[in-house]
Design a protein around this ligand. Sequence first.
Ligand code: 13P
Ligand code: SF4
Length: 329
Amino acid sequence: MLKSEWIEKGYIDEPIDRSVDVKAEIRRMCEEKHAIVLAHYYTKGEIQDIADFIGDSLALAQKAAKTDAKIIVMCGVHFMAETDKILCPDKTVLVPDLNAGCSLADSCSADDLRRFKEEHPDYQVVSYVNTTAAVKALTDVVVTSGNAKKIIDTFPEDAKLIFGPDYNLGSYINSVTGRNMLLWNGGCHVHEKFSVEEIIKLRREHPKAIVLAHPECKGSVLVMADVVGSTAVLLKYCIESVETEFIVATEAGILHEMQRNCKDKTFHPVPPEISEGNVGCSCNECEFMKMNSLSKIYNCLKYEWPSIEVSEDVRKEAIKSIDRMLALS
Ligand code: 13P
Ligand code: SF4
């Protein structure tokens, strides 16, 4: 029986008996309920360790599209779970905490995008996967940071395109494709804060280190990077490269998988710049991703709540832009 206070909070915080081995119980419930745990690289290391699959947003969507599990527990943020539900309407998609949102997805509302489309009727809309289901329903094709260039390259050179909501990713893609897409002015509050000064300092201290950056970082960070790519691209580079030292400008959760795969290599996370809003904060973590916890996973599996729902009207439209992406990836 769900308590009204949990429903209000958006997650279940029922205390778990100390004698319970939470990790083992999560795995047992997954077996019993035919469930899988998907986790993004930005979640806590202990979650990545118990997940059936970890990946970037593209790989997570591809995995959800293929799984035959009855229940998907999506440890990431809200839009990732919505994407899973759009792809798998007959499955139960659980999230450990309904409050795990995304500042980037929040920077573009469906109403604002609808108005913008009306002002630009001959444009097609390319949306980053970090968007709500309602925005995806207004989109011609979805992209992730892992496939954006490849997908934009499939459009005729003179195609008129709107790209949203991430301004930094959009201008980076414009620069590598020679396009002139109209850019939405949205951004991720974590990636926008990485400090150029700190990268210069880290480079001075570690002259052999390779600078890795996610394309959601601002242009002044991207021009300093040796490698720009999605979390999966950056991880692959570290694993395959002969280099042994890296300066990492993306959410610090990725370091867990980097270090797990590259035991003898060294990783230096880039701190954010000090500004009025984050004075003294050395944190480069996404607080939404960090809302996922082992106890919330345990409880959401036990009660099969909170689950994600997407209305059929929205789903029917949104699936077209996601399917188009998956076909082109
Ligand atoms: P990826 O597509 O690289 O997984 O990034 C998702 C994200 O939320 C980055 O902030
Ligand atoms: Fe959204 Fe930024 Fe968090 Fe990624 S890191 S989930 S873009 S708020």
